[in-house]
Design a protein around this ligand. Structure first.
Ligand code: MG
Ligand code: MG
Length: 266
């Protein structure tokens, strides 16, 4: 039987799992530090050092000219915010995306954090976006199609009156950070690329509180909502399996830290 390009062997999936766990541990270090007054550049430097200390290479830095280890997107920023001098403020929601390359394979995950006290509307956005991710993952089983994932994500977000970003999508993960197939967060059941056992994909709903339209800032990176309303982003790297997807990245390290710190878990 022909082997699809993005189907990985068990050994290869094991390597993605190792990279993915380091992503989870890195995001847990972010969780430990996230607070009003902390600069995004400091979080980025910490993350790079942590990844390198643990035998990995920052997965984004240098890829497509990306200057940083983390992409940190605050409030109306959807994805691809560049870390720098900006400091987090009480009430911000900050999406932190992280990739690791280790022993030839990538892992990719994102989590949206609450900074201090966040208003109930933003809390609900985060909770629903995380639910969208779980619903998408539930569809990542063999013989399904990418449209089944997109449909599940879109339905749930739109049922809450939220927007689903169209311009950016999930993707295959393996020897490259971005491989086929594209995994949109919208779609029709039974449509799109077929999912097979051993395919590894990143599922990453980007959900907006208001309208779905986005623009890119002049920095050539940061994607923002056109209406200026907040957005959330949660991402897992998963292996497609018969019956039930295997989640290779993890939020458990992050959420252990948030609970330790008495912070809200979306
Ligand atoms: Mg990512
Ligand atoms: Mg991704």
């Amino acid at each position: 039987m022909a082997r699809t390009a993005n189907r990985l062997s068990e050994e290869e999936i094991g390597l993605v799992r190792e990279s993915s766990l380091l992503v989870g541990r890195t995001l847990a270090e972010v969780a430990r530090r996230i607070a009003p007054g902390v600069s995004t550049g400091d979080l980025d430097r910490m993350a790079e050092e942590f990844i390198r200390d643990h035998g990995g290479i920052p997965g984004f830095k240098g890829l497509y000219g990306c200057p940083s280890t983390l992409l940190i997107s605050i409030n109306e920023e959807v994805v691809h915010g560049l870390p720098g001098k900006r400091t987090l403020q009480e009430g911000d929601v900050a999406s932190v995306d992280c990739g690791v390359l280790m022993r030839g394979f990538y892992g990719d995950s994102a989590y949206t954090f609450e900074v201090g006290e966040v208003n109930p509307e933003a809390q609900a956005l985060l909770r629903v976006t995380k639910e969208c991710l779980a619903l998408g993952i539930a569809q990542a089983v063999a013989k399904h199609r990418t449209g089944d994932i997109g449909f599940a994500v879109q339905q749930h977000a739109e049922a809450h009156g939220y927007g689903i970003v169209r311009e950016l999508v999930g993707h295959g993960v393996g020897r490259k950070l971005h491989e086929a197939p594209e995994v949109p967060n919208y779609g029709r059941r039974g449509h799109g690329a077929r999912l097979d056992e051993g395919m590894v994909i990143a599922i990453e709903p980007m959900v907006t509180m208001g309208r779905k339209e986005v623009s890119q800032l002049d920095d050539g990176w940061t994607v923002v909502t056109q209406d200026g309303k907040p957005s959330a982003h949660f991402e897992h790297t998963v292996a497609v399996r018969e019956g039930k997807a295997e989640v290779l990245t993890t939020f458990s390290y992050i959420e252990d830290v948030l609970k330790e710190r008495g912070m809200a878990v979306a």
